[in-house]
Design a protein around this ligand. Structure first.
Ligand SMILES: *Cc1c(COP(=O)(O)O)cnc(C)c1O
Length: 396
């Protein structure tokens, strides 16, 4: 059976040019960049070049790039590191209600350690209102963290105005841009953010490697003790093959973003139009326009998202409900609940995240399969039968 992958929000396959770039650093070029001999210098050169490439792709300077073990570590380092470095100035943090758990749980852990935390609400589309942020900033606020693009519903936040508000008030602004990079243009020369997190495996790079951008002069404490690597902020021998892979992947991901996004939008809109035409009572979650080009998150009434997912998987189609981290748990998504969805719709949510390898043909097959699965599952739903009966009686 041919398998169809529609879960690029969970992870992406390596771009075909990435693995060949990494391989030499797993074999003959295996040196430790801190060694002064030729093996070490060879690894150091790869590290320096990768940092330069990464910086260039983002509009940053090389010394503003800190390599981490991924998006989760980058978020932890940004939030815990800034909170600790600025603790004498103030102990109030602000986050949005729809953040990834790597942000929300980190902020809440600091809340348990005596920090004050404000969680900003979002509108029905999952968007933060800049006025709410303006009102939430206090004299003791030190850090605001709001994601660039949501991993579940795809909603894009108004990062530029949010960051500007923080800049005016002298408050650090961190953004989790893990889902945004490669999908929307990001230029750190123009965007007044102080800290920004990335993860390579979300943009066709390897797993277990990420970036924290730390703008010049931003104060941040380290989380781990050890050697002096990564400007003494992130100790430990650098993962050179992964860093080389990340640099290659980010170079590719940030080239021609508008054209690549437009191609995804075309597939996304075809898929969404097909869904709403073929299946009744399907609702799009997230913002209709300000959303990631490859994200389709829908709630299907009278169907459990998990049941539908299992059915799709049997037919070779890989999608998800909520985020990869929480699917498998039966808790409703905190993101959908923050958008004000009733529990029933939040439980019937499905996320399809398209990537550059997908085709219209795959999406056509997925639509047909979905139509059949939904019909079959609704056959068994008492609520659905009631709904049909009521529809009929209201027509007569
Ligand atoms: C995947 C993801 C993360 C976590 O990144 P890892 O590299 O898997 O730790 C953080 N934030 C968002 C928005 C994500 O999608």
């Amino acid at each position: 059976m041919k398998r169809i992958y529609l879960d690029h929000g969970a992870t992406t396959p390596l771009h075909r040019d990435v693995l060949p770039a990494m391989l030499p650093y797993y074999s003959e070029a295996f040196g430790n960049p801190s060694s002064i001999h030729s093996f070490g210098r060879e690894a150091r050169r790869a590290l320096d070049e990768s940092r330069e490439k990464t910086a260039q792709a983002l509009g940053a300077a090389p010394e503003e790039i800190i390599f981490t073990s991924g998006g989760t570590e980058a978020n932890n380092l940004a939030i815990q590191g800034a909170a600790e470095a600025l603790a004498s100035r103030g102990r109030h943090l602000i986050a949005s209600a729809v953040e990834h758990h790597a942000v929300l749980d980190t902020v809440n852990a600091l809340g348990n350690k005596g920090y004050a935390v404000t969680v900003l609400p979002v509108d029905h589309y999952g968007m933060v209102d800049p006025d709410d942020l303006r009102k939430a900033i206090r004299d003791d606020t030190v850090l605001v963290t709001i994601m660039a693009a949501n991993n579940e519903i795809g909603t894009l936040q108004p990062i530029a105005p949010l960051a500007s508000i923080c800049r005016e008030r002298g408050v650090y602004f961190h953004t989790d841009a893990v889902q945004a990079i490669g999908n929307i243009p990001l230029n750190l020369r123009e965007l007044p953010v102080d800290l920004l997190s990335l993860s390579a495996h979300k943009f066709y790079g390897p797993k277990g490697i990420g970036v924290l951008f730390v703008r010049r002069k931003t104060k941040i404490s380290k989380l781990m003790h050890g050697g002096g690597q990564e400007r003494k902020i992130r100790p430990g021998t650098e993962n050179i093959p992964a860093i080389v892979g990340l640099a290659k992947a980010i170079e590719i991901a940030t080239a021609d973003v508008p054209a690549k996004s437009a191609a995804l939008v075309k597939m996304r809109d075809y898929f969404l139009a097909g869904l709403t035409e073929k299946i009744e009572e399907v609702y799009l979650n997230g913002h209709p326009v300000q959303r990631l080009p490859g994200n389709v998150n829908v709630s299907v009434r009278f169907v459990e998202g998990e049941s539908l997912l299992l059915d799709l998987d049997l037919k070779g189609i890989s999608a998800s409900s909520g985020s990869a981290c929480t699917s498998g748990s039966l808790e409703a998504s905190h993101v959908l609940l923050a958008c004000g969805l009733e529990h029933q719709l939040a439980h019937g949510s499905l996320r399809f995240t398209l990537g550059h390898g997908n085709t219209l043909e795959e999406l056509g097959y997925t639509l047909k399969t979905l139509q059949e699965s939904v019909a079959r599952l609704r056959e068994m739903s008492f609520l659905y039968k009631n709904y049909r009966r009521e529809l009929k009686s209201s027509c007569t």
